[in-house]
Design a protein around this ligand. Sequence first.
Ligand code: ADP
Length: 545
Amino acid sequence: MQGLMQNWPLRVSSIIDHAARYHGGREIVTRSLEGPIHRYTYTDLRRRAKRFASASSQLDLRPGDRVGTLAWNTYRHLETWYGLMGAGLVCHTLNPRLFRDQLAYIARHARDRYLLLDVGFVELAEELQDACPEIRGFVLLTDRAHMPATRLRGAVCYEELVEAGDPDFEWVPVDENAAAGLCYTSGTTGNPKGVAYSHRSNVLHALAVNGGDALGLRCTDSVLPVVPLYHANAWALAFSAPMAGAKLVLPGDRLDGQSLYELIEAEQVDFTAAVPTVWLALLEYLERERLRLSSLRRVVIGGSAVPQVMLEKFERDYGVEVVHGWGMTEMSPLGTLATLKPELLDAEPEERLRTKLKQGRPIFSVDMKIVDDAGKELPWDGESFGHLWVRGPGVVDSYLGGEGGRILDDEGFFHTGDVATIDAQGYMHITDRSKDVIKSGGEWISSIELENAAVGHPDVAEAAVIGVAHAKWDERPLLIAVPREGRSPDPRDLLDFLRGKVAKWWLPDAVVFVDEIPHTATGKIQKQALRERFEEFRLPEDSGD
Ligand code: ADP
């Protein structure tokens, strides 16, 4: 017997319809690129997204065409998400921090037809247009008064398009499996690969993210997505916040500690999300200026592992709950969250802390397993580490253009490239990216754990650990650290500090201090660049014994 319920297509336009109809007066606040704070509501956003969607037909675009965006988190950028997706187009977020050649490769590979950009990216776009002949035209996300002189072909002013558009435009009724968004992985190895989210995967993922035991946004929340709209589907917040009717606070291009603090206080933000480097800057600013946070309740941290000192500072010094999350562009992107199960609520503080520092347990709709090199499943004992594989309706099935061939195993799991343990309660803990683990005497050393222990030292701002060649042990760990401003820590003191915090045979064989550690376009430590820089580094032969 068939179910007799309505077949309601899962399209992202339903999310903004819901927000405008049932939370129409809820605000979206932007620190605009022009300077002043801009405020309007979900009703306004939907109306303008419809106008833009209708105007896009004048741009000679057909359903399924890709349109690139090069923009910060602003109301205009968010309008283009809903406008493009609602017009049956594919919103392709480009990361402006990538190298030009990489951006050009991505825009060409995606066959972007138009590019929407903030005024600050005009020069970048001018360079891209020469490398990407298939881009027919450019839309500048600004008003007439702020239109710059540009040699971009067919440059159009966004506000003029919106003004000319129809506010009663009917969303295009695309199939729920049609592509809605496109985001490329950062491609630290090989070329970047395209992940095409469908309307259905975005709606299901946002529902899962809004589960009460997941991020569970509410209409009473004031949500600040510091994570950019162009990074990994904006961690679903562009969908989950309007779905809940939460207030949205968009930071524009000012992501420094002071600007974030001011916005959090002024808009009484209670929920925010970003990578650890952003929070490092905020915490430093708060400490330096001796400030308190009056409204913030929860901060989601992911993209890289949360260091223990960061978690402790937020929770102990500022009363803000840290939710450690893990995910990937290929997973829509959220996979796991480290919130406590009932069994752990009364556990010793140390055990609770250890669990909160893990990457967490899957949200509904994500399934995972760890396997050894031969593909055999490993036990969930919190100790065996192996390759992490995942599956679910928000997980990639294949990359755009079939790059990389078949990427799933026979059970439909996707290889994450991470190495992890899973404990008896189902909490997953990433020990490394598989290409970053340090192989010493046939055993694996976790670079992430060493880094996290090292940044616990009061004189260390940031730390990276890489494996360097060793005659006897194959590889041994080298600790590269950036001292905190005005401090000059002693290498031996740092090693003493690590003693007892990690296994004895994990202790780095050498410590080097540097002024800066290189980061990727999404804030991760560039291990490959460090490995190249320290390729000639020689350890004493008897080290590691
Ligand atoms: P990008 O490289 O563009 O930032 P992703 O955001 O998709 O791409 O990166 C996903 C990878 O980031 C994961 O496979 C994992 O290696 C790492 N990662 C994400 N969250 C965490 C976390 N909480 N702890 C450790 N590593 C993480």
